[in-house]
Design a protein around this ligand. Structure first.
Ligand SMILES: [Zn+2]
Ligand SMILES: [Zn+2]
Length: 195
């Protein structure tokens, strides 16, 4: 594992700025990986899977440190709105959920009163605070199905309504029809009139 300072430099480059959320994300990933016994994430790419519970600054940092990515299926995003992530060793099944403590923000604010810029003060505090003050860790089990794991698609079917292909069992059975989630009623968009 690289040092916190080294990750901060890399995270600022890839995320576009440095911010308290990224320091939190870096430290969250470092704490989670250590807790499941992975000291060298760059050598554990194939066995590491991370579930993130928020799509904010911390998430980019978690991805950077772990090397887990959405496009490799090793990063799962569950939109729970919580600054938390679970780090899974697919070889051993060991998994640790790391959640940012709500009182960490208040504690951080009180640590560097001489720094006028609040975000800067928070960032500096997140660098040096004890891990126990920043996070709660829970040892967990994550139920991952084969079709959720990295690797080639397990299945692919065509939606009976729109004809688009659906990978890995994400189709729904409605009556006697096999439909994609959009056609089954979960569509997140409306088709515009100008098609
Ligand atoms: Zn940010
Ligand atoms: Zn469809």
């Amino acid at each position: 594992m690289k040092t916190l300072e080294a990750y901060i430099v890399l995270a600022a480059q890839s995320h576009g700025h440095m911010c308290p959320g990224q320091v939190l994300g870096i430290r969250m990933a470092m704490a989670g990986l250590r807790a499941i016994g992975i000291e060298e994430p760059e050598k554990a790419r194939k066995r590491l899977l991370t579930v993130v519970e928020i799509d904010r600054c911390a998430t980019d940092a978690v991805s950077l440190v772990t090397g887990c990515r959405l496009g490799k299926r090793s990063l799962k995003f569950l939109d729970y709105g919580k600054v938390a992530a679970t780090f899974v060793d697919l070889d051993t099944g060991r998994a640790m959920r790391v959640a940012a403590r709500d009182d960490a923000r208040a504690k951080a604010k009180s640590m560097f009163p001489a720094i006028a810029d609040a975000a800067r003060a928070q960032l500096e505090a997140y660098k040096v605070m004890e891990s126990d003050d920043l996070f709660d860790l829970q040892s967990v089990r994550v139920n991952l199905k084969p079709e959720d794991l990295p690797g080639g698609p397990h299945t692919r079917v065509a939606c009976a309504q729109c004809g688009e292909g659906v990978n890995d069992g994400r189709e729904l059975h409605v009556g006697d029809r096999v439909l994609c989630r959009s056609c089954a009623g979960e569509r997140y968009y409306e088709v515009a009139a100008d098609n």
